[in-house]
Ligand binder design. Structure first.
Ligand SMILES: C[S@@+](CC[C@H](N)C(=O)[O-])C[C@H]1O[C@@H](n2cnc3c(N)ncnc32)[C@H](O)[C@@H]1O
Length: 230
């Protein structure tokens, strides 16, 4: 499936940001800003945004970081990086093409690891997700911070049902219309309803070794920011 995911993101790279902004009515922009603000409390010198795509989160982090902190943006999809690199250059962002499950960095390298709207993509099953989370844990310094921004499951049943209905109705069709990729948005619409609730994801983080897990639900819980410490 990894090859499949890589080719899906290669196919949708050009229109990826536009589709997200349309489908979320621009909320994804605010959510990344909020996540970057929370993440920036990590301080230190070196931050990583993994599965960084077109770099929206990395650019938010880079603005929070100022000049003293460097941000490493990691992804395995070259066309997503091509889009990221077309943006106005920021001296403190560096791009690394890599698979997220085997990062080319020594243990205890980063003060902060972030991931936004990509945890679903490294979750073909709980074990694989857990192995990725352990890899992020490995490269975090002791006391380092992990911040995860992802779609979630609203706790109120009626809102959850409406959310899933909207995903079924909109993501495949609007995604296809704007990007031309049927397979891409079929896959993305499939991953959202089957992702974890805040409680389930918190316990996956604990099981992967993280401590002090917190969750900030966003917009009735359709998304959430989880933070954790090494
Ligand atoms: C839905 S996009 C999210 C991009 C960005 N983080 C954002 O906030 O919009 C998922 C990204 O994760 C990358 N990705 C998925 N699986 C990956 C893996 N196993 N290793 C590295 N990158 C991966 C994809 O190439 C894609 O760019």
């Amino acid at each position: 499936m990894k090859k499949g995911i890589q080719s899906i993101f290669s196919e949708v790279a050009e229109t990826y940001e536009l589709v997200n902004h349309v489908l979320t009515f621009g909320l994804d922009i605010l959510w990344r800003k909020k996540a970057a603000h929370i993440a920036s409390k990590a301080g230190g010198k070196l931050w990583m945004d993994v599965c960084s795509g077109t770099g929206e989160m990395a650019f938010n982090l880079s603005r929070q970081a100022g000049e003293k902190i460097n941000v490493i943006s990691v992804d395995f999809c070259h066309p997503m990086f091509v889009k990221a690199k077309k943006k106005k250059k920021r001296a403190n962002i560096h791009f690394t093409l890599s698979e997220a499950s085997s990062l080319p960095f020594p243990d205890e390298t980063f003060d902060l690891v972030t991931i936004s709207f990509a945890t679903r993509n490294i979750n073909p099953n709980k074990d694989t997700l857990s192995n990725h989370l352990k890899e992020f844990y490995r490269v975090l310094k002791p006391e380092g911070r992990f911040v995860n921004l992802e779609t979630s499951q609203p706790s109120v049943k009626i809102i959850r049902k409406l959310f899933h209905f909207y995903i079924k109705l909109a993501v495949k069709h609007i995604g296809f219309l704007l990007s031309g990729s049927k397979a891409g948005y079929k896959y993305l619409s499939f991953t959202i309803p089957r992702f974890y609730s805040p409680g389930e994801f918190s316990s996956i983080l604990h099981n992967a070794g993280y401590s002090r897990v917190t969750c900030h639900p966003l917009f009735f819980g359709i998304s959430a920011i989880h933070t954790a410490k090494k």
